[in-house]
Design a protein around this ligand. Sequence first.
Ligand code: NDP
Length: 444
Amino acid sequence: MSRVEEVFEEVQRRNPAEPEFHQAVREVLESLEPAINRHSHYADYALLERLVEPERQIIFRVPWIDDAGKVRVNRGYRIEFNSALGPYKGGLRFHKTVNRNIVKFLGFEQIFKNALTGQGLGGGKGGSDFDPHGKSNNEVMRFCQSFMTELYRHIGEATDVPAGDIGVGGREIGYLFGQYKRLTNRFEAGVLTGKGLGYGGSLVRTEATGYGVVMFAQSMLAVKNESIEGKRIAISGSGNVATYAIEKALQLGAKPITLSDSSGWVHDPEGVDVDLLKQVKEVERGRVSDYAERKAGAQFFESGNVWQVPCDVALPCATQNELNERDAQTLLNNGCHVVAEGANMPTTPQAIELLQSSHVLFGPGKAANAGGVATSALEMQQNASRAHWSFDVAEAQLSKIMQQIHDDCVATAQEYGRPGDYVLGANIAGFERVADAMLAHGVI
Ligand code: NDP
């Protein structure tokens, strides 16, 4: 049994019933094999064993009172996975499916993603099984205040810097920041990112993940001497990442033709109207079916999914394991030749294998969606220097970072004899940076 297999067996034994965490670890460990074979010191000092074990796991009770006066109890998590390169950094997810397994898989992915950005960030993730759907504004505020009443003692601008993720956007970050400030009596802007523009937020942070995914897809297409202009793009989701991926795709002359949420999906053959989408999802907090009702030519479906619509480029931007092998086969049959992940781990391992073996360029989330966390690092920079960059300056920085991440993936895949394998390139390039720092720090 190889070293990597031994480590993976131990991960399964020690973390039973955590399938997404196993999936994320397996993908990374499998692609590290060539790097470990080439540089045997990467297996010294139990480096792999330490890498797969979070530095700290915090689980806490979050009691809050709903509008009817009833006490509700949720569970809060913060997994501080790895701080070799900087303070723990990663979003908070509020969704009914959140559990330790989900937060650990996200935290593990985050280590390598953050390393790829080159911005000096460790990896972490957190969240709660709180379901924001159908909650009033005051309920969301009371929940956020209760959540932060425990979390605040574990975070700080040099310790751990959370941000948003599914179910946590500008509104929630505002309530979380307010409670942190109240509890600590400190205006510590760098403790959270994704803040409002009036109190320390950065221009482009809202747009960054979605814009970055499209920039990454653009770089992938450029490798094939193709332009994104005129390409039909299938996108899943209709939240932060999907909305701004659609906006950037439109700016570049591409045609985004689908949307989805947990109630169903929309085909909009004439191209999504991003202003209407923002009105429905961001202002009215409505569903994609509301969008379809108001957009001429758009159709809403409850069954099936967006991957059945013929497209050139697919951008899964909703949630984990939402694109399976059958969907990948449909995409292939319909001529799709680039897939870039906006969500974290949206593509199943079998689907990735099929796409890669069929010569579809496949950009993994830890590279393709790193624009969000990279811009969070830019927000932290602005907070530290009390600067406010213009939209154009921040977007130019984001674009430079996305190109760098793309080129690092390509160069690393090439170096290891697997040209075009962005999964291997991203995992090894991120790993080498983290591993070198961990070895320098000794056994901790
Ligand atoms: P949002 O909450 O803004 O939007 C999530 C979207 O995905 C919604 O349309 C939601 O529909 C849909 N969705 C969520 N869970 C499910 C599910 N189980 N089944 C079907 N649809 C679902 O989140 P984001 O856009 O911020 O995040 C989307 C993905 O991108 C996540 O994987 C996240 O981890 C990843 N990501 C986000 C970053 C960011 O900066 N925000 C950075 C990097 C990655 P509904 O409203 O019906 O639940």
